[in-house]
Design a protein around this ligand. Structure first.
Ligand SMILES: Nc1nc2c(ncn2[C@@H]2O[C@H](COP(=O)(O)OP(=O)(O)OP(=O)(O)O)[C@@H](O)[C@H]2O)c(=O)[nH]1
Ligand SMILES: [Mg+2]
Length: 453
């Protein structure tokens, strides 16, 4: 999308294609009044719904509600017209075709109305991105979060952080430029405490982003392990019904089985996979290939071992076979068949791994797994490398990194470098809300929108 096309007047159908009771055509730009006059024969009152005939080459094609918004009091910040017609494709398409046949009017690109709202400073980038989340939301919880973002709660916090960075920047500049003015200047301790507050805020904001991503996308958990350790039994127990085939024959599961559950508002996508081991069986080999592919898209792995054959204290025997496969995806080790090994149902730690002992067959210890997952993904201190990358999440990680570097340079009293670091911080924060942007970024964000939004 070329942002320089911003001077054109644009039009589009804003409602879904097909037959419906109402269909809306949106127009935005400097020629909106001409179009209004052409279709309605008059200029209705600003921001008032008026029931009027809609004309096409002087023939009435429909009667509907027209609303005219004078700039800058419109969604895009430009003059805008909304025509609420009967939702038949013939009516909507005829009217739209007629509108874009008028001189200097063209069809809007996907997301162009929202992009104009951004370029005319009616909304910032966070708000623009929340619109798409709101439209695509598949849970009430996530809609609520998206509407909060749209109303600017997150942007407000980012902007507050930007002004704190600006403030500190001016203070440090003063230290460099007027070193003799010591009375007015902040001490190193105060600067460091300011930086600590900023790091704290950035961490909290990142936590908020993380929670939003979890609400939006859910968590993907993949159950893996050697054959016959009870992966499918665990899968069935977690989802609450017997979906996967369970037998005492190793190599029962070949296909990846997926099921989605809701854990206190968090969507959990669970996959059961074929047991991974060396085999010459042609079909099993294909199953293992599918398992390996599934692992790559996991947010979290449940690595199931048989507690009757796997020693408790030895991580090597559990993990060596799998370490190369799971790479840096977080893993929880599940010691299954506790009813046979007589181990107690509990959660413990073995080096850096959580180990949960359960009996999938007797459905014992399942709550330990559920609570563990909930804790990991909702508490602040969890490392979050593997959740789907999100624009703000990555930028905020950079903000935190450069704030930490600022702190380091402050301790060495290296104020010039500290200023450079703060410039990075500000630039990253400006990127989030769109105080600085490039065409590529705008294209990436707004092309996800539908036409008419
Ligand atoms: N006693 C006991 N048996 C279990 C438990 N979990 C699974 N089993 C038994 O172990 C056998 C294998 O179980 P599955 O769930 O099919 O194991 P799997 O890991 O999916 O096996 P593959 O799909 O072949 O890789 C079955 O006979 C289960 O009944 C458990 O907690 N206790
Ligand atoms: Mg299985």
């Amino acid at each position: 999308m070329n942002i320089h096309q911003n001077e054109d007047t644009i039009a589009a159908i804003a409602t879904t294609p097909g037959y419906s009771s109402i269909g809306i055509i949106r127009v935005s730009g400097t020629l909106t009044y001409n179009i209004t006059k052409e279709i309605l024969g008059l200029i209705p009152k600003d921001r008032k719904a008026s029931y009027l005939p809609f004309k096409y080459k002087n023939n009435i094609i429909d009667y509907g509600i027209a609303i005219l918004f004078n700039h800058p009091n419109s969604f895009t910040g430009e003059d805008m017209l909304e025509l609420h017609c009967h939702g038949g494709p013939v009516i909507l398409n005829t009217l739209l075709k007629y509108i874009i046949s008028l001189p200097n009017i063209r069809m809007a690109n996907p997301g162009e109305f929202s992009m104009r709202a951004f370029l005319n400073k009616k909304i910032d980038l966070v708000q623009a991105e929340s619109i798409i989340d709101l439209i695509n939301s598949n849970s009430l919880e996530f809609s609520k979060k998206s509407i909060k973002l749209f109303k600017g709660s997150f942007s407000y916090k980012i902007k507050k952080l930007i002004s704190a960075v600006d403030n500190l920047y001016s203070h440090i500049e003063a230290i460099i430029n007027f070193p003799e003015d010591q009375l007015e200047q902040l001490s190193n301790d105060t600067i460091i405490s300011n930086l600590n507050n900023m790091i704290n805020t950035a961490n909290k904001l990142n936590q908020q982003v993380k929670n939003n991503i979890i609400l939006r996308d859910g968590i993907k958990i993949v159950i893996i392990g050697k054959p016959n350790v009870g992966k499918s039994s665990l899968f069935n127990a977690l989802i609450g019904y017997n979906n996967a085939i369970v037998t005492s024959f190793p190599g029962t599961t070949r296909d990846v089985l997926r099921y989605c559950i809701n854990l206190d508002g968090i969507t959990i996508n669970i996959s059961d996979t074929a047991g991974i081991h060396n085999t010459n069986n042609f079909i099993e080999k294909i199953g293992i290939k599918h398992s390996l592919k599934e692992i790559k898209t996991a947010n979290h792995i449940l690595l199931v071992v048989d507690s009757t054959t796997c020693e408790i204290k030895k991580l090597n025997c559990i993990y060596n076979d799998f370490i190369k496969i799971v790479k840096n995806i977080p893993v929880t080790i599940i010691r299954n068949k506790a009813d046979l090994s007589y181990e107690s149902i509990n959660i413990s730690k073995l080096e850096k791994y959580y180990v949960i002992t359960i009996s999938a067959k007797l459905k014992k210890g399942l709550n330990l797994i559920f609570n563990h997952i909930k804790d990991l993904y909702t508490k602040n201190n969890y490392k979050f490398d593997n959740i789907n990358k999100h624009r703000y999440f990555n930028i905020l990680n950079n903000v935190i990194l450069h704030l930490k570097l600022s702190k380091e340079n402050c301790s060495y009293c290296d104020y010039d470098i500290l200023l450079e670091e703060l410039k990075y911080v500000k630039n990253y924060l400006d990127n989030i809300v769109g105080n600085v942007y490039n065409n590529e970024l705008l294209d990436k964000i707004f092309s996800k929108f539908c036409i008419g939004k």
